[in-house]
Design a binder for this molecule. Structure first.
Ligand code: DI6
Ligand code: FE
Length: 398
């Protein structure tokens, strides 16, 4: 254990460990060497040379956005107007708009431009106490452009104090040039793109979009088999627009998470529970697409599936860069409790990224990344809309 350097006293902790939120009313943290050395009652805290009075503020672990498409070229404001005029997301996608229009803009953008655009979105998240973010590729859909996206994602982690987990999402949409050659594109994914990018150290996990307008279970299974052969964990966009049995497929590959899940059935939830696959709920996309079928939260609870919440920040279906607003949506639209919301962007989000040894709770041994809030009770992090009560974000105990 590191030597104590700083005592953060006079705090209220939502440690997100143990039962519920793990609240400690007269709490303190002790940090040293960039780690948490102690988290608990102030009366039992070890001494430290430096003392910070938190003035009764609440401390949570740094928040985690475990599903985002933060890197992309252009925007989709025009498509937003088309949808306001009555076009559906699927109609726009089938007409070559949607994801494919962002693919064109992303292919045309330089790596520097992608980094500069994404930094503004990342800074919005960091400004709300976020300390880790997952970022997917999937708007390149050729080797050079997917590499450019993943390199841009890695660069963000050097530009800011934040952990970035990269996810290869080559199976996001069928690129135009493969329109009549689906099998050839999946061959390209599994034979060339994924092995090359994994070999360059650019890929922390592998994702796909299992949907009528995207890829079938069989196609996703080929991508996942390659991922596992390369030693990479998988996750899946599953059951967003229809029930394809994607969550059960993901669970059969021991997926870290299955995400969206509006159309998940009982059998899918049971398969996730058995595999320990986290359910990542994305209310920003549900809201933007004006979905009416909410994910089966009761079944997830009953099966004991861990629930995480994330922004899905992307230009088409979830143009949101506020994790706090996303929590409000999760509570209001999906009826998650405050505790479920907050665990969904801390402990359970960490699990969805395989980061649980480092982040997600205030516990001795974890990285000293946490957030101090000007609030009287944790519910305020969920209840307000468009108001940011962050006092400060602490990175590595400094
Ligand atoms: N599901 C989503 O919600 C995003 N990707 C996906 O597979 C949407 C991406 C986009 O419309 O650009
Ligand atoms: Fe997504």
């Amino acid at each position: 254990m590191e030597a104590p350097q700083t005592l953060w006293r006079n705090a209220r902790l939502a440690a997100c460990a143990g039962a519920g939120l793990g609240v400690v009313e007269r709490g303190a943290l002790v940090t040293g060497g960039g780690r948490i050395v102690y988290a608990g009652a102030e009366s039992e805290a070890p001494r430290a040379p430096r003392v910070v009075d938190c003035e009764g503020r609440w401390i949570t672990p740094a928040l985690i956005d475990c599903h985002s498409h933060l890197i992309y070229g252009g925007d989709r404001a025009r498509e937003f107007e088309q949808r306001l005029a009555g076009a559906s997301y699927e109609e726009i996608a089938r007409a070559g708009g949607g994801i494919l229009s962002t693919v064109a803009a992303t292919r045309a953008a330089s790596e520097d431009a992608l980094v500069a655009q994404a930094l503004r979105r990342l800074d919005a998240l960091i400004g709300e106490g976020v300390g880790a973010v997952e970022i997917k590729s999937g708007y390149g859909l050729d080797l050079a452009s997917e590499r450019k996206m993943l390199r841009a994602a890695r660069r963000l982690a050097r530009e800011r104090d934040v952990i970035v987990k990269t996810t290869f999402l080559g199976a996001h949409a069928l690129p135009l040039e493969y329109r009549d050659r689906r099998g050839d594109y999946v061959d390209l994914l599994v034979e060339e793109m994924l092995p090359a990018l994994a070999g360059e150290g650019l890929v922390d996990a592998v994702d796909g979009f299992c949907e009528g307008i995207a890829f079938s279970r069989e196609e996703i299974a080929r991508v996942f088999a390659t991922a596992r052969r390369l030693g990479l964990p998988v996750k899946l966009h599953a059951e967003q627009l229809s029930n394809q049995g994607g969550a059960a497929l993901a669970a059969s590959f021991d997926a870290l998470s299955a995400d969206h899940l509006e159309y998940l059935d009982e059998a899918g939830a049971a398969a996730m529970a058995r595999a320990g696959t986290v359910a990542v709920l994305l209310p920003g996309a549900y809201y933007t697409l004006r979905e009416t079928q909410a994910p089966p939260v009761a079944a997830l609870r009953q099966q004991g599936v861990a629930i995480a919440v994330a922004t899905d920040s992307n230009p088409g279906t979830s143009p949101i860069t506020s994790l706090l607003t996303t929590l409000n949506m999760a509570a209001t639209l999906f009826r998650l409790t405050v505790d479920e919301c907050l665990l969904g962007v801390t402990r359970h989000a960490a699990r969805a990224l395989g980061l649980e040894a480092e982040m997600g709770t205030l516990e001795a041994g974890k990285a000293a990344h946490f957030a101090l809030w000007d609030i009287e009770r944790p519910a305020e992090l969920v209840y307000r809309i468009g108001f940011n009560p962050l006092h400060r974000r602490v990175w590595s105990g400094a």
